[in-house]
Write a protein that binds this ligand. Structure first.
Ligand code: ADP
Length: 394
């Protein structure tokens, strides 16, 4: 039996129906291109979308393109959406042939210059009374490889032509604006005029995204909110993560695969930890950062891992850790350190990125420090820490 209702819906190619927390950006795109309905051909729009990896640049443009052209079609307008990845198509020649291919415009396979091909595309749009929105994704590749003349050619399509009806419109997608500064200032200012900036996702935004994507991908009851919150907290930009939705979804997919391969009927925290470990090189870095830790810092770490494993909870409390630490000290024949020293060790472990520690909100019993570990698997990590302690104690 499978826990997936639709595993494909978590793969990178899949385009979801909705985009939680990108509604405002999609509205901005609709308003930028509404002239295609209200006064088609009056001008050629150019919008720039910037944001770091996994902020939803590609999917925002695609969802906009899909929904906008669909709605236009119902009203009888002929608008096409074209999405080109410039990582794959880095030359002007490739980009222009790709536009023609996606618009299904027959071009002779050889013999035409780029300019002639481009004119053929514009001519075809005129003949068929078609408008097009062309997205050039990873545009910074195109800019740096094809060069500023090529960028100029695209961005200023209608500057040198006397076209009364302007049919081609563009969305440019780039990691940031600094990559575009090599362009001449007029071209650059053309690009910067309409800019939509996507911020890295916060933990609570990622939670909503994961919740939605998980509801599409898994049968009910397979993934608890606690699991989604754990991933969201790990990746959220306000929690020191990258705010990268791609990474968060990748972890969820991988955790599902691991749960399924282990024959589990639900996704557990340790499946997520394994998935995080597989998607990052974290455990290697962690092993290095505790290599020279004082032995009592290691014993505290050991206590944290044991508690997390035993309780199966995402967090353990400072007070619980201290008790477990005292038990371990007794087993090892070591004199336990005092509270302030323990607290300092915990802060050191946090600084080194080995653990995550934060103050709980004000609860019934006042504030407490909540400690968690996002990578794993914890059994292997425990073995590693235990070995290190026994070696150190001789
Ligand atoms: P970028 O182009 O900025 O690197 P993508 O658009 O490729 O980011 O998004 C990365 C992944 O996260 C994709 O699988 C995408 O479907 C998903 N994603 C991003 N933002 C959202 C969102 N707001 N809601 C649902 N899924 C999202």
């Amino acid at each position: 039996p499978t826990i997936f209702k639709s595993r494909e819906s978590l793969t990178p190619e899949y385009i979801p129906d909705n985009l939680p927390h990108r509604e405002k950006e999609i509205k901005a795109l609709v308003s930028a291109f509404k002239h295609l309905i209200t006064s088609p051909g009056s001008f050629s729009q150019r919008v720039l979308i910037v944001g770091s990896v996994g902020t939803g640049k590609t999917v925002t443009a695609r969802v906009f393109g899909r929904d906008f052209t669909r709605a236009a079609k119902i009203k009888g307008y002929n608008i096409r959406y074209v999405h080109i990845n410039c990582h794959r198509n880095r030359t002007l020649y490739n980009v222009v042939t790709e536009i023609a291919r996606q618009l299904e415009i027959p071009l002779p396979s050889r013999g035409l210059s780029v300019k002639e091909m481009y004119d053929a595309i514009l001519g075809y749009l005129d003949e068929s009374d078609t408008y097009a929105i062309v997205t050039l994704d990873e545009f910074h590749y195109f800019a740096s490889i094809a060069g500023s003349d090529a960028v100029y050619f695209i961005v200023r399509t209608y500057d040198d032509i006397n076209a009364s009806i302007k049919r081609l419109n563009f969305i440019f997608i780039s990691l940031d604006t600094s990559k575009l500064s090599l362009l001449d200032s007029t071209t650059e200012s053309y690009l910067l005029r309409h800019m939509i900036k996507l911020k890295p996702y916060t933990s609570s935004e990622l939670f909503d995204i994961l919740k939605y994507r998980a509801s599409q991908a898994f049968y009910e009851g397979i993934v608890d909110d606690e699991i989604l919150r754990f991933i969201a907290d790990y990746e959220g930009s306000d929690r020191g993560g990258g705010g990268n939705a791609r990474h968060a979804i990748e972890i969820l997919l991988l955790a599902g695969d691991i749960a399924e391969s282990e024959g589990a009927d639900k996704i557990q925290l340790d499946h997520v930890r394994k998935a995080i470990m597989k998607t990052s090189r974290e455990i290697i870095n962690i092993s290095e950062s505790i290599l020279y830790s004082p032995v009592h810092e290691l014993i505290i770490l050991w206590a944290i891992i044991r508690l997390l494993r035993r309780t199966g909870r995402p967090f353990v409390k400072m007070g619980e850790v201290e008790k477990e630490y005292e038990v371990l000290c007794e087993v090892l024949g070591e004199q336990p350190r005092r509270h302030t020293q323990i607290y300092e060790y915990i802060m050191n472990l946090k600084k080194a990125g080995v653990i995550d520690a934060r103050t709980s909100g004000k609860g019934l019993r006042g504030r407490t420090t909540l400690i968690s570990i996002h990578y794993g698997p914890l059994d292997l990590f425990e073995k590693h820490v235990e070995d290190l302690i026994y070696r150190r104690l001789g």
